[in-house]
Design a binder for this molecule. Structure first.
Ligand code: GAR
Length: 198
């Protein structure tokens, strides 16, 4: 029996998924990735998952007959794969409240900036780094937080600081924050396995 049966939800490149796959393979994270779920069929994260022999599924509210069937299908997929913990890794959709209720305290997300100031609806990817630069911050961070019904409102579990450099662009900042994310996220997940977070 594994310590954590994980589902990773994503919408894009999946570099955070890759960091989780690597941590599992290297024994730094005692978990099995049971499922990778994407709302986008062309997300490169799906290719990463397939390469690692992880089951994948593409599901979005648009691909289901109605909202109920979307939520029920998502719930069924999670249960059928024996998932007990969900990590959002660049998943750009709101999680239905029914799923949050069922997995209360066992869904976390990684965000590429300080919360709550640089989060909320529409704040993702380069927009976050743009705002951090515009605000003149000397330091930003990667943030892991719990997922609740609001956007980026769940309590913060851990952060990894990243200095903002004089000539940073949103792209250069994004690259350095991503490096911090790739270290932080598997560590936090292992923290849940070891009971350091509950
Ligand atoms: C990551 O930087 C993650 O923090 C961010 O999307 C990127 C996904 O990259 N998430 C958000 O902005 C959520 N609000 P990845 O697909 O390479 O892991």
């Amino acid at each position: 029996m594994n310590d954590m049966n994980l589902a990773v939800f994503l919408s894009g490149d999946g570099t955070n998924l890759q960091s989780i796959i690597d941590a599992v393979e290297e024994g730094r994270l005692r978990a099995a990735i049971r499922l990778v779920l994407s709302n986008k069929p062309d997300a490169f994260g799906l290719t990463r998952a397939k390469k690692a022999d992880i089951p994948t599924v593409v599901i979005s509210s648009g691909s289901c007959a109605d909202r109920d069937s979307f939520v029920n299908t998502m719930l069924m997929l999670i249960e059928d794969h024996g998932v007990d913990f969900i990590a959002l890794a660049g998943y750009m959709r709101k999680i239905p409240p029914e799923i949050i209720e069922k997995f209360r305290g066992r869904i976390i997300n990684i965000h590429p900036g300080p919360l709550p100031d640089f989060g909320g609806k529409g704040m993702f990817g380069l927009r976050v780094h743009n705002s951090v630069l515009e605000a003149g911050l000397k330091e930003t961070c990667a943030t892991v937080h719990r997922v609740t019904e609001g956007y980026d409102e769940g309590n913060i579990i851990a952060t990894a600081p990243v200095p903002v450099l004089e000539n940073d662009t949103p792209e250069s900042l994004q690259r350095r924050v991503l490096v911090a994310e790739h270290i932080l996220y598997p560590e936090v997940l292992q923290g849940f396995v070891e009971g350091r977070y509950r």
